[in-house]
Design a protein around this ligand. Structure first.
Ligand SMILES: Nc1ncnc2c1ncn2[C@@H]1O[C@H](COP(=O)(O)OP(=O)(O)OP(=O)(O)O)[C@@H](O)[C@H]1O
Ligand SMILES: [Mg+2]
Length: 167
């Protein structure tokens, strides 16, 4: 379920791993190349599971595994409707290192959808950022704040939230 709040932030409540994956699946129906999904949330919040849902929703072949790119830094999943890039900034120490992995160019190229775990560590990336802030409120309960400072990002947040509400 979701509730719109006063500051144009959407609140989602996901109460199981399946609900989190399903939320990603539904987001995939709304994304366009160039969209950047900035994932925020503590270790084990469900960021990777959420991206797995997006991959499935984009029809990335099921044999392609979606795992935390903690060491590879950026994973690329092809074979779906839109290329999906999956980055993890947890181990990035500096803006120089961030530059080296070329994520900013990737975001600006508009080639595919980019999902970034630990986006709040370097919130300087270009693109239409929708921030998905997953807060752990119980073993399986997640309170999720969805917001964007950009027009396209807000449209995406709204379309996705409305879609989830209909489920
Ligand atoms: N509602 C929920 N949503 C997502 N994951 C949940 C939920 N409830 C329990 N879990 C469990 O929490 C874990 C989430 O793992 P996941 O790898 O997706 O987290 P993460 O945020 O990517 O962590 P990291 O920062 O280490 O990469 C899984 O083991 C999953 O089963
Ligand atoms: Mg992860």
């Amino acid at each position: 379920m979701f509730l719109p709040t006063m500051d144009e932030c959407f609140l989602h409540l996901w109460n199981s791993p399946e609900a989190t994956e399903q939320a990603g699946f539904e987001l995939a129906a709304c994304v366009q190349p160039g969209d950047l999904i900035g994932l925020v949330g503590q270790l084990g919040a469900g960021k990777t599971l959420f991206v797995r849902g997006i991959a499935r929703g984009l029809d990335v072949p099921p044999e392609i595994r979606v795992t935390s790119p903690t060491f590879t830094l950026v994973n690329e999943y092809r074979g779906g409707r839109i290329p999906l890039y999956h980055a993890d900034l947890y181990r990035i120490e500096s803006a120089v290192e961030l530059d080296e992995i070329g994520l900013d160019e990737l975001c600006r190229s508009g080639d595919g959808v980019v999902c970034v775990e630990w986006h709040d560590r370097f919130p300087v990336l270009g693109g239409n950022v929708v921030e998905v802030d997953i807060q752990v409120t119980g073993d399986c309960d997640r309170k999720v704040f969805v917001r964007s400072a950009e027009q396209r990002g807000r449209e995406l947040a709204m379309a996705w939230s409305a879609r989830l509400a209909l489920k």
